[in-house]
Design a protein around this ligand. Sequence first.
Ligand code: FES
Ligand SMILES: [Fe+2]
Length: 349
Amino acid sequence: MAFLMNAWYCAAWTEELETEDRFARKLLGKSVLIFKKQDGTYGAIGNACPHRFAPLNKGPREGDTFICPYHGLEFDTNGRCTRNPNEGGTIPRAARVPSYPLVERDSALWIWMGDPKKADLDLIPDFSMIRAREGWNVVRGHHVTKANYELVMDNLMDRTHVQFLHPLLKLMGEQPENFQRIQSVEQIGNMIWDYHGEVNCTKYPLLDALWPEAPDIVENYFDVRWEAPSNMLLNAGTVEVGTNREVGVHLPMSNLLTPADEFSTHYFWSQARDKNIGREEMDEMIKAGVAHTFQNEDGEMVADCMEMMGTNDLMRLNPVMLPGDAAAVRARRILSSMIAAEQAEAGLV
Ligand code: FES
Ligand SMILES: [Fe+2]
């Protein structure tokens, strides 16, 4: 299955370049060298040397020059070969690696791996809700899930599994008689909003840590905004019933999925909160809790599903559909029609 190429994907969190000056990451099936330049801006070039495809990240770096560890060809931050130290010193015309636009926004580095002329900054999705700011603490994480990104997308847009898969997030005990579950889907252009609410419900175990003063009966909301290719905002929180979502804890979260290849997915998440802020141990607890949930519960489940499927193409297996799948199926359809249009435009189909 082809990837949508003319789109912004999250390549890294900026904090990953605080401890290293460069690293390689597989994105959309290609090895990419991601770095911070001498002037403080960020850049990304192909990581495979065009001579014998040695990984440039394993070679030395001198200022803004990356030196191939195998035969020493030197590349600048635009991917151009600037020096051949071998006899004769001629630089072959083909000695260059691709250069990819890479832009910092909301602590994420966004990469465009399609036609660079189409890389419009206005198309970077809006995740200002999870920006670090006064009154909010934000924690971030990254891991790789061994499953196709569309399966991870399905998982995030499906609320029904929470009660079965996530012991810390499931509602406890019997629900009151006036318990109400609300769900609806709205499509705005190619964007989907999948709205979920649980009104008059019992608490979930993790809430005691997030909002110790919460009443016994609360309202949960979790509205998922999906945008192609696979960037999701999960606008979630737990509030006092009838306060129009105002009194309580608000937990907006970004879920940015970038295919490493067809079988594995980079999962970049960040979560903001407006209670218990300024406490480092709380940050660590949330970071560990979210990482555990996504890696060990959701991550393992989708990896198991992928293995059972034996293919990365769910739809080819004619899966049974349940009502909770509506938004994810719609997202898959939008994505595949965008990919088909892109392929047709490029004359590939
Ligand atoms: S593989 Fe890079 S210079 Fe030979
Ligand atoms: Fe989950």
